[in-house]
Design a protein around this ligand. Structure first.
Ligand code: GLN
Ligand code: ZN
Length: 764
């Protein structure tokens, strides 16, 4: 008999109950006890949801973040929150976001305010975790309070729980040594705490513990590889069974290592590493369990169950009891329940599986393996029909799009002439001063604007009424910018709720869920659009708004688009073709929009690639391949324009050192980036590389309510001018102004324009 299990369940709740509960608590509208009760209620519901599996995870629930929870379990609290007298959970919120709820701030006086911990991406997902902090002196201390509470709850509910913890190597690897000390040197200090934790699980009558070590799918230094052997040998005299879980990729050179560690089971992500399953089955010692992640835990498509059984059946024969099956990774990265999607097109819905449906798939696979496919014949037949319908659907396959992709050649992504020649023509056309000023696109989205959009969606506002509201807002924004004296204006993006959704909704090949929320960090969730078919653009998407904005002013108006790589990286994408192909399709569609804008007389076009860096593969060896098609997609989108059309791109981050050549290869005339917090040091990458085109280093930190002074901006730009020739510098904020208030934006931009004028005076 094969064993079924799950690695982790989404905790935010099918209707985002946890998000709303957290926010109520933080605002002081509910008590800590109410929040804790909500957590218990969600855990109970989620265990109920996972009924029928042989083993379900415990300890995967986190109010904010599972890595932060692990830090608390290991007693690794940043110094600034040690000695807090309030509740442990309040203290966790203080680490996560700098503060807890109003009530909890009773302790502000005795315990002081704190700086929030750093947050960063969880491997190559869009989930963000709170980075553990270390110094050479970090001490660890076991705190089982959270896990014991959850294990007790599970026992009371009669749930056979498998606690989930982050393994010692991955935990150290995820953290940051604030004093630049060697994190690995902490291993001897952290191991006794892990050993004590395993002993504690034994006391709690736990049989299996899932210990996550996803760093085994990355390229590891020899020291880290060696540390795996040392650490896991340190677990040898234990009394619970360990399932070592890897996911998100292939083990490759770490496969032998993983198979040689003294554990009782190994989980492999068979979606990404199918070929390694058979190898692991050979290499693992005779009594070791092989857990196969046979259902994609990160995407929303139905599994082809028959095709999966085709390769699982021989494996089940070979391994017998030693075969376990599960989703490839924690279901944290998919929405909870497809059954809530009553408004989704029925045909498209029939191709999908969300979290609960994925667990059903695991159970069906197990039944077929244990009792034969006949036992689940009807389910398998329905699944096969859905899979085939999707494969053959004319809504998925558009021959015209496939033909256009086949026609892509090396020329398509090239500008007519090199930057220097273009720059001269653009200067003649645009007549911009030195240190030209601009913004990144969005202006504050007022309650009125959001209301107009939502009324239009619900039908309460008709087309004419909606257009009038948007035009009024565009006019107001244009006048404000003229008043401020900005040089290149924007229309303000009032019509956009989200920079990806806005385009997805207008492209063929995209569908949208109603409740398809996935946790991004803490209480923040995103609802990625679903890219299901060949992408095409039925009609222009932005031209009407931009040309209206241009008609109101003599200043150049910047057309505003989201680039193909960003649209791709923030969507659920197809699993039936390479990501690169979907990206090229998006590129061709956005290219049409670029050319339409140009034809309509728009002389400056910005193509945002906010998420280009996010798509970098986990293994460095694969970076080149990704960057090649990502950059080519951008070039196809942008570079069909004439020399005197100025292309801008924008990126919301500032780490460019390792991808500088690719950034330069995009060949945008102007790139705007986020730099204000780094004091312009990040421009070193551009300087060292001798970046040839124009750059707008952000001088206004739009994540903060603070208003930068003119002097501060002048000083930042002077620093920038030490690295980049002044004639290639622009003056702009770090990012869009969507989340700021007008009352902040006006003085900040006033200072920014004044600073540009001062700088112009200095260069003449
Ligand atoms: N043009 C977008 C805006 O201004 C860019 C947002 C982003 O880069 N995240 O809002
Ligand atoms: Zn940005």
């Amino acid at each position: 008999m094969v064993t079924t299990h799950n690695l982790g369940f989404p905790r935010i709740g099918a209707k985002r109950e946890l998000k709303f509960g957290l926010e109520r608590y933080w605002k002081g509208e509910s008590s800590l006890d109410e929040l804790k009760a909500l957590g218990a209620q969600l855990r109970a519901r989620h265990w109920e949801n996972q009924k029928g599996l042989d083993l379900v995870p415990a300890g995967d629930f986190a109010f904010y973040d599972q890595v932060l929870d692990m830090s608390f379990t290991l007693g690794n609290l940043p110094e600034r929150v040690q000695g807090f007298h309030g509740d442990q959970l309040d203290n966790a919120f203080r680490v996560a976001r700098g503060r807890s709820a109003h009530g909890a701030e009773d302790h502000a006086a005795c315990c002081g305010g704190v700086a929030a911990g750093e947050m960063t991406k969880w491997f190559d997902t869009n989930y963000h975790y709170i980075v553990p902090e270390f110094t050479a002196d970090t001490q660890f201390n076991l705190d089982t309070s959270r896990l014991s509470g959850q294990l007790r709850e599970a026992r009371e509910l009669g749930v056979k729980a498998k606690p989930v913890i982050i393994g010692p190597l991955t935990y150290l690897w995820l953290g940051k040594a604030r004093d630049d000390s060697d994190k690995l040197a902490l291993l001897p200090r952290i191991m006794p705490v892990y050993r004590a934790l395993l002993d504690y699980f034994r006391v709690m009558d736990v049989e299996w513990v899932q210990i996550d070590e996803p760093i085994l799918v990355t390229e590891l230094d020899p020291a880290w590889r060696a540390a795996f052997a040392t650490a896991y040998e340190g677990f040898e005299l234990r009394s619970v069974k360990l399932l070592l879980a890897t996911y998100f990729g292939q083990l490759q050179e770490n496969l032998d290592l993983a198979c040689s560690l003294p554990v009782d089971g190994l989980h492999i992500d068979a979606i990404n590493a199918r070929a390694e399953v058979a190898l692991a089955a050979q290499k693992l010692p005779g009594e070791c369990v092989l857990s196969v992640g046979a259902v994609n835990g990160r995407n929303i498509w139905k599994t082809d169950l028959n095709a999966t059984l085709d390769w699982l059946e021989p494996l089940a024969k070979q391994l017998g009891e030693r075969l376990w099956i599960a989703p490839s990774c924690s279901l944290l990265h998919v929405p909870v329940d497809l059954d809530s999607e009553v408004k989704l097109d029925a045909e498209i819905r029939s191709w999908l599986a969300f979290g609960l449906q994925k667990l059903d798939e695991v159970k069906v696979l197990a039944t077929a393996l244990n009792a034969g496919r006949d036992q689940v014949a009807a389910v398998l037949a329905a699944n096969a029909a859905a899979v085939q319908a999707r494969r053959e659907s004319p809504r998925v396959n558009n021959p015209a799009v496939k033909a256009a992709i086949a026609r892509i050649d090396a020329q398509l992504g090239n500008r007519q002439h090199a930057y220097a020649e273009r720059a001269a023509k653009q200067a003649t056309r645009l007549k911009l001063p030195a240190f030209p000023t601009t913004t990144i696109g969005s202006f504050p989205q007022t309650a009125q604007i959001r209301q107009a959009r939502s009324q239009f969606r619900s039908g309460a506002l008709d087309d004419a009424g909606y257009r009038a509201a948007m035009r009024a807002e565009i006019e107001r924004i244009v006048r404000e910018q003229e008043q401020l004296g900005l040089d290149v204006l924007v229309h303000g993006e009032a019509e956009r709720n989200d920079m990806v959704e806005y385009f997805g909704e207008q492209l063929d090949g995209y569908a949208f869920s109603q409740f398809g929320w996935v946790q991004s960090y803490g209480s923040r969730c995103v609802k990625p659009p679903i890219l299901f078919g060949d992408i095409s653009r039925p009609k222009a998407m932005t031209v009407e708004w931009i040309t209206y904005a241009q008609s109101l002013t003599d200043k150049p108006m910047k057309g505003m688009l989201t680039g193909p790589v960003t649209i791709l990286n923030w969507s659920f994408v197809r699993d039936d073709q390479p990501r690169s192909v979907s990206c090229y399709q998006l590129a061709l569609a956005i290219r049409e929009e670029v050319l339409d804008l140009e034809k309509a007389g728009v002389g400056v076009i910005q193509i945002d690639e906010a998420a280009l860096r996010e798509g970098l593969p986990l293994r460095r060896a694969q970076w080149g391949e990704y960057l090649r098609w990502a950059v080519e997609s951008f070039r196809i989108t942008a570079n069909g324009v004439g020399d005197d059309t100025q292309i801008h791109t924008h990126m919301c981050y500032s780490e460019f050192n390792d991808i500088m050549a690719s950034i330069a290869d995009m060949d945008a005339d102007v790139i705007t980036i986020e730099t204000s917090r780094s004091n312009m040091e990040l421009l070193d990458a551009f300087d060292d590389f001798r970046y040839p085109n124009e750059i707008g280093p952000g001088v206004y930190d739009i994540h903060s309510p603070n208003i930068p002074t003119e002097a501060h901006i002048v000083q930042l730009m002077q620093k920038a001018a030490e690295r980049i020739p002044a004639e290639r510098l622009w003056v702009n904020p770090d990012c869009g102004l969507k989340t700021r208030q007008w009352a902040e934006v006006i003085p900040a931009l006033t200072n920014m324009v004044a600073a540009a004028r001062t700088l112009r005076g200095q260069v003449q």
